[in-house]
Design a binder for this molecule. Sequence first.
Ligand code: PEP
Ligand code: MG
Length: 916
Amino acid sequence: MAKKVTKKKAAKKNKKYVYFFGEGKADGRADMKNLLGGKGANIAEMTNLGIPVPPGFTITTEVCTEYYKNNRRYPAGLNEQVNKALARVEKIMGKEFGDPNDPLLFSVRSGARSSMPGMMETVLNCGLTTKTIPGLIKKTGNPRFVYDAYRRLMMMYSDVVMEKAAGIEPKSDHDAVRHKLEHEMERVKKKKGYKNDIDLTTEDLKALCAKFKNIIKKTLGTEFPDDHMKQLWGGIGAVFQSWMGKRAVSYRKIEGIPEHWGTAVNVQTMVFGNTGDNSATGVAFTRNPATGENLFFGEWLPNAQGEDVVAGIRTPNPVNEAGKTADTRHLPSLETKMPTLYKQLHAIERKLERHYTDMQDIEFTIEDGRLWMLQTRVGKRNGQAAIRMAVEMAKEKLISKQIALLRVKPEQLDELLHPSVDPAHEKKAKQLAKGLPAGPGGALGQVVFTADDAEAWAKKGNKVILVRNETSPEDVHGMHAAQAILTAKGGMTSHAALVARGWGKCCIVGCSALEIDLKKKLINVNGTVLKEGDWITLNGTAGRVYEGKLNLLPADPEHNKWYKELMKWADQVRKLGVRTNADTPSDSATARTFGAEGIGLCRTEHMFFESARIKAVREMILSDTIDGRRNAIAKLLPYQKKDFIGIFKAMAGLPVTIRLLDPPLHEFLPHSEKELRDLAKEMNVKFKKLKARNDALHEFNPMLGHRGCRLGITYPEVYEMQARAIMEAACELKKNKVKVIPEIMIPLVGHVKELEDMREIVVKAAEEAQKKYGVKVPYTVGTMIELPRAAVTADEIATQADFFSFGTNDLTQTTFGLSRDDAGSFLPYYVEKGILEDDPFITIDKSGTGQLVKMAVDKGRKTKKNLKMGICGEHGGDPASVEFCYNIGLDYVSCSPFRVPIARLAAAHATIKKKR
Ligand code: PEP
Ligand code: MG
């Protein structure tokens, strides 16, 4: 036993925490993302591919996990391993860290398993101290560059390490150390009449660095560290700390990234894109991430450091000629400015895309004419681009059709199905401003200026557009809540653009005509003043901004050839049917264009509310005798019949499941005394009588009360009329040679006897209708399974049913004992706290509600082998639930029209995943 413990300890001590990369050899690989983070794994892979990568090392995500487990202490042995890796880098570079004559400098960056753009910390230029500065000046002969690097180090380090990681909370944004340093720099620029940072001279920067030291000491109470090792460990610690920072935690929640994954830390030799005109830096994509076009696409800046491109402070240049737009035509491309290096970069990006068989998002730096690759990762893309890339890559034989299908997340189709600005209306409207089209589609909303306001307004049900100079990761919650994002600064790779693209949200960036006054909450756009709450419309596809509300047009996926191709492939692969929930002919027609293969749920109660009908319904409710009820209900028959004719026509040749009346009757009566008095007058009944009836219908738990088939049991004439209307409509159409497949569905059955009784009524009415018309229309009678008792006794219920349709809205409600109408006040908290992984009304609760569904499927099929089974709760349009439905053997899912394509793709995914 004792031996075992020692062994374990020894293993822990020898555990590899640090993975080296450099000079064509790396300890890691691309498939080690869990341990090295996405960035670290890909740097290792690039190194192994012989691509020029500055050498360095990755500290594993396990260190992060252990760090938090052990009260923020590093595991034993880490120090030693870091020192060893440092020595290897020094050997390759022929320089030493901290050497006063020729110092090596490092960047320290985060890198989680899945990319979290800008959510965690980075410190560049670690190793610049009063000892090393003179050596670096001597070596580079460029004192301006050295002091510029030093002021950047101080800005980042004091903010990230000395303030944020140290847990210091500034009283306001203005008190934050970074703000103070930026303010000082702006002051100097203004005083000297400079426009850009680049105008600052060596002397200015030198003086600024001295000033910075004082400000840091004064603000934070500690000296800026003048020791290279202290800086390095400070940076490493800050990255680990930032894993639990506010932004990272909030981003993880939105993206569903688990906390226990942790982040890795990448320590890498600094290469500089800002040593002069022979240096540059850029960010690029191997294909256009906004459109999916197979074109190398990117942005670069000469004499700049990486953060300058993404921070949106300087407008970047296009990387090549082909990627130029009307707005960037006048800017110099890397292709023309540095043709040899561009060629080398182009060859590398091709190699990377072929190697990873997916679109890559790359970062590069050119230092004194030498190209270095800093990063490659699978690039985020919007839905439109994802579809085009997947289809084109499959056609290029880079990937299989199955992989192409898996490359598009079902939810991404949503973007294609989103509205766009009506071009006719847009033509007439006066454009307010123009920016870069970072996220497609159209959106309208009220202007808000802060992320917190966006969230608060959206919570109240307002549609908002978040307007900022530029966004930062602190804004993610507001960006998420907003309909769209509009920024005055930034390029296509700015934070706003990246995040919005990932979500497929309408977004315009770099809209420089906006002069935003945050304090007064005003925007001045060439003389037009907009204030908080004013409406604007964005055309995110073209980058155009309009005042007021423009018409939005529904999406038009039918004219997108890549989408159509992908959906064709999905239909070839999937085994699960996809129907729609629709109660009108127009919704049915829309769903059919989206590929619905029938109606899985037609809720008839919606047809009862129109003005002429509601009167008859109320008459029926108020009458005390069967005959009185029959007379009233007979008035509804022609309306219902007309409704069904419209729906059957729209779904000609496809099955249509019609559910008989479900909600409690009180829903059809008004509630206030005044409305009741008006109604009494209108119906010529005494108010007292009406009130008494209304009171009698009152229920404490109406959702568990007199509804569903319980209505049919007590008022059989209602179901009788509905069955007759359905079958008369079907017979009439049959006579006109329209193929109709009616499926009549009884709701809220809990006992087989209920279904037996209701079936008898329906069959009788159906037979009579057929006799009346002298035609035969095949029809079926089935039931919803939406109560636990129905699921548990599904074998008995199946004796009376031709089909089952799972009403998982009610089944979730009754399984959890949760009111679906009231759970909103506490259920989100359950999800936030992690008590429930997902909202069970959105994604089916597999281990609870799902097990009841599975049990009912198995029991039902034991009684009737070929019993048809589907789902018509909201879960039918949720990709994870669709997969579950396929795996337990349902025949189809049914969802709202706009989710039909999503369900089709999710069904294809389910088939592919099950096969693998
Ligand atoms: C259900 O309960 O899942 C269902 C589809 O019916 P409704 O939502 O109308 O109660
Ligand atoms: Mg229901």
